[in-house]
Design a protein around this ligand. Structure first.
Ligand code: PAF
Length: 258
């Protein structure tokens, strides 16, 4: 990478946790369109999982990932071992507020501190000109933008729209957990948030999800798209509908603009 920089090439980093799908490949394509070199990191970050969450069963497919990235034209894959990111004696963790507090922050209080810590370390290690993140994890994107701004990180944070299946289901590595029946029901989440974006009461949309077979709706809310504070109708600010709901043992999240 030093040689690329010395030669004047710009570098884009796509941080991932592997188990790559077409959504990640869209991030690589955007990176290649925006920069001379696309670097992809693959690191399943233990500090963003609470002890009861799915770290142990998180899908991993290093050989498949490398083949997909070669096909996508990525210039470099960086897959550090846990000890490289968190060596013996590592004792620093970012504390995140603001956009990190509501929604996912309320249900997974541990999560965004771990995300911010690892993303900061990945960015400071690779020192790319830009880093790309998917809108699928919309709150994560807001938290990372906030962190980059607050800590004056010299990296431009770019976003790429969510890639969806033909029936609307947002691509996610966790879709691999769904049974055949659950996979059939899963696109209802996109329908529910799209309905709210068109004006449906979020409580009615939540009831529709439960009636369709979702086990629990953690939240379905309209928020300010930048701060994630409650949306104020008529404010002229961009809004976002965000939801998280359980289908069997799988927790799905999704969001749309409104
Ligand atoms: O979105 C992800 O895959 C992860 O949260 C990230 C940004 C790579 C940090 O571990």
């Amino acid at each position: 990478m030093a040689q690329w920089r010395a030669g004047g090439d710009t570098i884009a980093l796509v941080p991932t946790m592997g188990a790559l799908h077409a959504g990640h490949i869209a991030l690589v394509a955007a990176a290649l369109a925006l920069a001379d070199r696309a670097v992809v990191s693959i690191f399943v970050n233990p500090t963003q999982f609470a002890p009861h969450e799915d770290l142990a069963r998180y899908p991993r497919d290093e050989a498949g990932d490398l083949a997909k990235l070669a096909g996508a034209g990525a210039h470099l894959v960086w897959a550090p071992p846990v000890a490289e990111i968190y060596p013996e004696g590592f004792a620093t963790r970012l504390e995140v507020g603001g956009a990190a507090l509501p929604l996912e922050g309320a249900f997974r209080p541990h999560h965004f501190g771990g995300v911010a810590t690892v993303v900061c370390k990945l960015l400071m290690s690779a020192m790319p000109d830009m880093a790309l993140f998917g809108e699928k994890d919309f709150q994560q994107l807001a938290v990372i933008r906030q962190m980059a701004r607050d800590l004056v990180l010299p990296v431009s944070i770019r976003s790429v729209p969510t890639v969806r299946e033909h029936d609307g289901l947002a691509l996610s590595s966790r879709n691999a957990y769904l049974t055949e029946d659950e996979r059939y029901i899963a696109p209802m989440l996109y329908k529910a948030i799209s309905d709210v974006a068109r004006g449906r009461d979020p409580r009615d949309a939540a009831s529709a999800l439960l009636a369709a077979g979702f086990a629990k709706v953690d939240y379905i809310e309209v928020r300010d798209a930048e701060t994630l504070a409650p949306f104020v109708p008529g404010s002229g600010r961009p809004g976002r509908v965000l939801a998280a709901a359980w289908l069997g043992k799988t927790r799905l999240i999704d969001n749309v603009a409104c």
